[in-house]
Ligand binder design. Sequence first.
Ligand code: ZN
Ligand code: ZN
Length: 367
Amino acid sequence: MSLIYDAAALRRELHEMPELGLKEFRTSAYVAEKLQALGIETQTNVGGTTGVVGIIRGTEPGPVVLLRADMDALPFKIDGKDCAIHACGHDAHTAMLLAAASRLVGKVRRGTLKLLFQPAEETLKGAPAMIKAGVLDDVEYAVGAHIRPIQDVPAGKICAAVRHTASATTFVTIKGRGAHAARPHLGVNTIDVACRVIGAVQDIWLNPTEVWSAKATQIHANAGATNTVPDTCTITFDVRAGKNPLMKEYLRRINLACEMTGKAMEAEVTVDTPELCPAAEYDDDLVEEIAQSIRDTAGVENLAKDCGGGGEDFHCFKMAKPELKAAYFGVGVGATPGLHAPNMTFDEQYLPLGVNVFVDFVTKKMG
Ligand SMILES: [Zn+2]
Ligand SMILES: [Zn+2]
């Protein structure tokens, strides 16, 4: 009698052990134990992290396919206490992939199936660590999935492509000159400069038919006294763009706007964008294979239209390996009030929908 996992039951257990990125120690031990119980070859401690890879090898040549779930929870401060909560549904993703694994044992005839349980999606550190560890080296197809909030995909429906945008955090540091507030002409007020910098960034126009936005999300300046002109100010911008080339152009223009504004006001401005989360770039044929699996398992009427928004470090895979064919579907589970809300809940009866898509897709491609 083969062992079949119930995604909802696994998810309930995983929900009780929320852990932050790269600290998913209990979660990864749980995943490894569940894979090993299925007799699946299991690599732990992948790249020196909490990452886990399960491998199911076929007996005939064929594609190398990677299915990916993320494992990390989100940090919150509740009643003054730091805590971790699975508010983005990564417990659900891990549960769905384990449940799919239990149904795929013995079903892979052609090629190699890799089941990646990735750490630290929220901090965007996990995917780069998996790339560095060589997990992608032999992979030709990569498929991920995420539960969707009710605003994106209705409960019980599945979309074949979640069109994530590129996102970046840009840090701007302005150095001016402090002065007594009664003698402002002797100083360079970095708050004045910051206002112009924000205005200059907001005055950048990109193609209005594309998706893009940049907004200041943090600003800090405080000389200590209320009557001193501050000599330093830092601004943080959250930057989004629907496509990767557009993001590149946007960041170039933002750099220019910040630096030139600083120059005009005789302040020293440095701009740094240390991390970039790429936009989704999917293979149309692979997305169609996923769409077909949705039609065949959930019914034509439950194939939802593509949704968008948000970021995902899954797309670092394609950026690191341009020849990779990628797809990423979204499962409507009735999540409310929205992802990243500490009280996010959803209906676990819909988790098998995602499991079925994984199983059907792999069976068709590798069975
Ligand atoms: Zn998230
Ligand atoms: Zn997430």
